[in-house]
Design a binder for this molecule. Sequence first.
Ligand code: BGC
Length: 734
Amino acid sequence: MNKKQLSELLNSLTLKQKIGQLFQSPGVAYNDDATATGVTYLPWLNSDTVENAGSTLNIFDNKKLRQIQKNHLKKNPVPLLFMADIINGYRLVFPSSIAQGCSFNPDLAQKAAKITAYEASKCGVSVTFSPMIDVARDARWGRISEGYGETALLNKDFGVANVKGYQGDDLSSDDTIAACVKHFAAYGATYDGRDYNEAQISQNTLKSVYLPPFEACIKAGARLIMPSFNTINGIPCTANKKLLKDTLRDKWKFDGVVISDYGAIKETADIGGAKDYAETAKMSLECGVDIDMVSESYYFNLEKLVENGEVDEKLIDQAVMRVLMLKNDLGILDDPYKYIKEEFDNFDFSSEQHEDFAKDFVCQSSVLLKNEGELPLNKKDDIAFIGPFSVINELMTNWSRVTPHRDKGISIEQALAQKFGKNKFSCIKGSKFAQPEIRSVKLEKFENASPSQEELIKQAVSKAKESKKVVLFLGEHKDLFGEATSRSDISLPKPQKELFDAVYEVNKNITVVLFAGRPLEIKDISQKSKALLYVWFPGTYGAEAIVDMLFGDAVPSGKLDMTLPQCIGQVPIFCEKPVPSHYSASIEGGIKHAYSCRWIDVTNYPLYPFGYGLSYTEFEYSDIKISADTMTRDEKITVSVDVTNKGGVDAYETVQMYIRDVVTPYLSTPLKTLKAYKKVFIKQGETAKVCFEINEEMLKYYNIDNEYISENGEFKVFVGANSAEDNFVKFTLK
Ligand code: BGC
C-alpha cells in the first residue's frame, strides 16, 4: 500500500478498531498450544478484545495460524500480526547469546539471525523479540545469558549484527523478519541481581554503557524496540519520558514501533506511579509506546480518555500509523497469509551447510579456560565420560521451549557413538542436576527420583576408578537461569559438587565441560581439574561440536565476554569499572596498604578476566607499535601488533584493544575500555600483523557536565590476548 492508501485505511477505522491495533493479545486467547511467557490469568480478556487486537504472540502451527487469520479477517479489516520470541534460532538452535558474545565474531551472529529469519518466516512469524542487548554485569541475574556480556561494545556489535541478519536489506522480502531490540534500558543493571528489580545508575553510566547498543541498533534500522520492566532511579521505563520521547523519538529519530514488555504498561500503577490503569495508558501513550503487550491498560481506557479530552486522538493515530506501516512493510496488508502459505506446511529446512555453520559457531563460542596437556583427548585412551549433561539432548536455553519445531539435537553420549561407533565409549549420569530445594523454584520436574544420588555417585566412582582419564559434564540446568530465575548462590548445584569431589578422590585426570547460563563460581573445580572448557548452552549441534573439540577435530576459540568471579562476594565484577578511590593503595589487590579498596578475604582479581580464553596452540604477541605519538581530532592513527602461532595447530586468535584516557577532569573513568577486537585465523608457524585504527570517536566520553567529548592529553592503548594483559603504547591527543 502506498502512503495515501495507508491513510485511507487508518481513517476508515473506528476509534475502537484503532485502539485494537495498539493492543497485543496473548497467544493463548486463540490457541491453547501457544506458549505462555507471562501471566495468563487475565480475567478482563474477552472475545471483543481478541477480535479487535492488532497482534498476538508465540503461536506456532501454520494450519492453526491460517484459521486464526481467516476468523480474524471476518471481523477485522486489518490482518493480525504474529510476533514471537525466536531466540537464538527457530528450527536450528545456535549457541545462547552470552556464548555467541564469546566468539567475538558478530558476522557469525548475523549469519545465524539470517538463517533464523529464513526459517521463522515460513512458520507464521514476521516479528521476533530479539536481539536482547542488555549489558549485564551481575552474575546473579537470571537473564544474563540472553545478552552479549558485560561490555557495551559487544552488545552493540552483536545487536547490530542480529538486526541486519533478521531484517536483511529488504523487510518485504520473503525470507526476512523484523527485529525488536530489548529491553530499553538498563534491565541488566538490576540493583541486587533479582530480575525486574530497580536500576540505580548515574546518567553517565546510563549514557556511556547501557544506551549505546540501543542507539546503534536503531541506527542500523531495527523496526521495533521494547522498553524494559525495570525502573531507572525509580522511574518505570515504560513511562519514562526522557528515555522514550526525548532520547528515542526526538534525539535518535526512531519512527518504528515501540511495544511494551508483557503486561508492563499497567505496572506503573501497580508500583504506585499512577492512580489507575487509565493514567498508565495516558502516560505510556504520551511517551510514544505504541503497543500494549497483554495488559488491559490501553484497550479499556484509551477510548474514554479521548472522549473526555484527556488524550489527543492524534496520538492514537500516530501510534496506529506506525503499526500499519510495519504491517505494510512486512507485506501482510497485501497478503495476510504471506508467512503461513500452505506450501510452507511441509517445508524442508534441512541444510548441511547450516548445520556445519552451527557446529563451527559452537567451537568459536566455547572458552577453553585451562588445559594442562589434557586436551585434546586421544581416542585410544581409556576415558570415563560422566555427568548429568552427558546423557541429555536439548543443550539449549529455556527460550527454545517457545518454538515447538526446534531441532533438539543429540546428547554427548549419542555424539560419541556417532563419531566412534556404539561400543567405544559410554556415558553415565553420575549425579542429579540439582538439589530439590533449588528445583522447587520451578514447577517443571526434570529429574526422576531413581536412581538415588548415592547410587549415581557410586556408579561414577567405580567408572572413574577403572579409567585413565575422566571427562565431567557439569553445570546449571536450563531451569536455573532465565527470566525470573536469579540465584544468590552461583556455584555448581550441590549434587554435582558431590560428584566432582567423589571422582577427584579416585582420579585426578579430570577435564570439566561446563554448561552454564551465567558466570559460575568455580574456583575449586578450576583449581582441581586439569582442563576446563566453558561451553555455556551450545544449541542443536552442541554435542557434536563438543565431542569434536574434545578430540581435537575442532579448536575452541572463544574468549570470555564476562569476567568470572573467584566467589559470589566479588559480584558484580567486570573489566570496565571506574577506578575507585584509594586505588593506588589497592593496585596489587590490596596487599600493599590496609587503607585500600579491597576485600580482606579475597584479592581484587577475578578467577578469569574478561577476554580470556586459550587455544590448542599458543600465540605470542610482539612488536606493538603506534604510527604516531600525537594525534589530532581529524586524524587517525594505527596501533599494530605481531601475533605468531607457535603451536601445532592452525587456529583463531582474538586480539583485543583497550584504551585508557589518563586524565578525565573531575571524573573517575575505567582503567581499560574495550574499543576494538579482531579475530584472526593464523596457521601454525605463521605470524599475522594485526592493526587497529584509532579515531576520535573511540576517545570520547561523557564528562561531568554530561557532554560527549574527547579531552586533550595522554592516552594508553593496551593490545593483547585478554583484558588483564598490560602491554601498552601511548599517544597524546592535541
Ligand atoms: C520478556 C520479554 C519477552 C516477552 C514476550 C517478557 O516476559 O521480558 O523478553 O519478549 O515476555 O514473551
